[in-house]
Design a protein around this ligand. Sequence first.
Ligand code: COA
Length: 168
Amino acid sequence: MIIRPERADDADAITAVHRAAFPGPGEAALVLALRAAGRLVDSFVAVEEGVVVGHVGSSPVTGEGLVAAFGVAPLAVLEAWRGQGVGAALMRRSVESARERGAAALVLLGDRRYYARFGFVPASRFGLHDEYGGGDAFQALPLRPGGLDGARGVVRYAPEFLALGDTP
Ligand SMILES: CC(C)(COP(=O)(O)OP(=O)(O)OC[C@H]1O[C@@H](n2cnc3c(N)ncnc32)[C@H](O)[C@@H]1OP(=O)(O)O)[C@@H](O)C(=O)NCCC(=O)NCCS
């Protein structure tokens, strides 16, 4: 398996992955909107046998006292390729890339049991909440000591998420 940054000619394959992995078209449309807005700061694909089988994106989030933080979303792997570490490889690459770019922290909305393995903890431990009432599903990972010091309150995703109509 190869994990690499998206290329211009991956766009349709990325759309296809999200359309297949999520119940609605929102996540696929979100990636297109973020890319068009120049807010898809990281976008990695997993390639197996020359085919894009997974994708993860991230985009800037804002909040009081929050500096250089990014939200990881969406993450998806084609069903036939799940349970083989593709999602984990995409997540690890995203975390590594954010750290290399000097990001202070990552946040995401997702299952605790899945994301704990990458070091994410409930963002409420840092006094942070999401806009969607996600509770403990809203998780954060500081990327350097004190990365979330001084941050508090509501963390807002990029405006393109508003069109998602549901939690990311
Ligand atoms: C979530 C997803 C990306 C994981 O991809 P993957 O390549 O199967 O992930 P990995 O192989 O790295 O990890 C698989 C493990 O995660 C677990 N897992 C997957 N989704 C999970 C979830 N929603 N909650 C808890 N555990 C989950 C699997 O049971 C498996 O457990 P194991 O390691 O004990 O065997 C994939 O299931 C997917 O595309 N789901 C649909 C889209 C989605 O829900 N995206 C996440 C939105 S937050």
